[in-house]
Design a binder for this molecule. Structure first.
Ligand code: SAH
Ligand code: SF4
Length: 465
């Protein structure tokens, strides 16, 4: 039991595992902030740590080595990291041999790395985003405790795809698969291109081989990751649609999800292909950011509201069962209430199932950091609340269109609140709770047809047919 707790991924009954004594391992705690890409990076870090003789533990108190993989996208994420790093001081006082390392997007920024070094002298090393190759040496040197204060090693961002490191994945049926790294878009508010560097794509051959092996391990819910998946393979013959086509052709039933799509590069031919595909997700996350053409231009997004709406309508027409979601940014420098009203009109017109909503946060080094920002903090939070209210009402009823329909659902196991129900994920990415009757324990990890009889704001209920 303790081994299953420490290795939650070792649950495939068709495999044999070598069980070592716990004494053979040192213990590492990896905490991840931010986006799925950061989680995928942490799975690589944990995979690498396993080869160095560490096992993953679930609390910092149990660890000999702590790694915080940080996020820089918004100020509140950064503040959380500062608070959580400060809280490690006591642990280090009680256990001086403990090694603490920071890495990720926040510490890739020189100003942040220097601030951590000055504020928290108990840290052992501060790294950036491009760390896998140098991590073993850095851990060894940090553990020798020959230096006082944190050593800062920040390599140039990007460039590396770390093909040789096998990630230690968390989910049982799901798997993150990065297909590219970095971003070339330079949206004026966004720090990602500065901390992750220029866009590089993995080869289709490597991605297809990895997905095939994941499917052979009984993983059926695959998430392809990139900051702009639609520009996958830029400069090569194979684009994102060709990659999806190859993955869709792998034998078996599974779901290929992907994020994030960029409206300027998301082409109608991709939608056409998804409509006829067997295994490609019917969830399209298409961040719009704003409904105002003036603000979209200032953001350097590369599309207009009209183009966005046309694309969203096309996707709904071609794939009637699709679930559309988005990201919205409120309070961009220079945004007025008129601009904000354009965003409200757009979300009413497109009718997203849900939206991730953010208040703009100024990021050092981005173009928008120098833009004038006339809207006050009070105005921005009032608009933000209005946005939550409008989207909340849309989300509350949007799943009603699925009632009476039959959805293909990957069964994930027992229901969340009612043990008589099973729960699963539909090909739209929606949680579906359902009753299945006798023999239901055997359905875990299998696809089933569910007739939807009730729509809740964030989930569906139904019956197996
Ligand atoms: N590559 C993806 C998302 C990257 S960041 C894309 O292009 O959509 C995820 C979300 O964080 C963005 O969609 C945006 O809405 C939000 N975000 C990015 N920079 C931000 C900032 N400076 N302040 C607040 N939110 C921001
Ligand atoms: Fe940031 Fe824009 Fe790149 Fe997304 S596409 S990561 S928002 S710069």
């Amino acid at each position: 039991m303790p081994l299953l707790f420490l290795f939650p991924h070792l649950t495939n009954p068709q495999k044999t595992y070598t069980i070592y004594s716990m004494e053979n391992f040192r213990k590492a705690y990896v905490r991840t902030y931010g986006c799925k890409q950061n989680f995928a990076d942490s799975e690589k870090i944990t995979g690498l740590l396993l080869t160095l003789g560490y096992i993953a533990v679930k609390t910092p108190e149990a660890a000999d080595l702590i790694i915080f993989n940080t996020c820089a996208v918004r100020e509140n994420a950064e503040q959380r990291v500062f608070g959580n790093v400060g809280a490690l001081k006591k642990l280090k006082e009680d256990k001086p041999e403990l090694t603490i390392i920071l890495c990720g997007c926040m510490t890739q920024q020189e100003h942040a790395a220097e601030l951590f070094k000055a504020k928290f002298p108990f840290l052992d090393a501060i790294l950036g985003t491009n760390i896998i190759a140098s991590l073993p040496e850095i851990i060894k040197s940090a553990e020798s405790k020959t230096q006082k204060g944190a050593k800062v090693h920040i390599a140039e961002a990007g460039g590396s795809l770390d093909e040789d490191v096998k990630p230690l994945r968390e989910g049982e049926f799901s798997a993150n698969v990065p297909i590219m790294n970095g971003c070339d878009n330079f949206c004026t508010y966004c720090v990602v291109p500065l901390v992750r560097g220029r866009e590089v794509s993995r080869t289709a051959e490597n991605i297809v081989a990895e997905v095939k092996s994941l499917i052979a391990e009984n993983r059926k819910d695959i998430l392809l990751l990139g900051q702009n998946v639609n520009s996958y393979g830029k400069g090569t013959a194979s684009g994102f649609t060709e990659l999806l086509r190859e993955l869709d052709n792998i034998d078996g039933e599974f779901i290929i999800n992907y994020m994030t799509s960029h409206p300027k590069d998301c082409k109608k031919e991709l939608i056409d292909f998804i409509a006829e595909s067997r295994n490609i997700s019917r969830h399209l996350h298409l961040p719009v950011q704003s409904g105002s053409n003036r603000i979209l231009k200032l953001m350097n997004r590369g599309y207009t509201r009209e183009q966005y709406i046309e694309l969203a309508e096309y996707a709904k027409r071609k794939i009637p069962e699709i679930s559309l979601t988005t990201d919205i940014l409120v309070g961009f420098p220079g945004e007025t209430y008129e601009d904000f009203k354009d965003t409200l009109d757009l979300i009413r017109e497109v009718s997203f199932d849900s939206a991730y909503t953010f208040i703009y946060s100024k990021r050092e080094g981005t173009a928008a950091a120098d833009f004038d920002a006339p809207a006050s903090a009070e105005e921005k939070s009032a608009w933000f609340q209005e946005l939550l209210d409008v989207q909340g009402k849309i989300s509350e009823r949007s799943y009603e269109r699925y009632t009476g329909k039959t959805l293909r659902v990957l069964c994930l196991g027992e229901g969340r609140s009612d043990p008589k129900l099973l729960t699963g994920k539909s090909k739209q990415g929606i949680i579906v709770d359902f009753s299945a009757g006798a023999g239901s324990a055997e359905l875990r990890g299998k696809f089933v047809d569910i007739k939807v009889n009730k729509a809740l704001p964030w989930a569906l209920k139904g019956e197996i047919i």
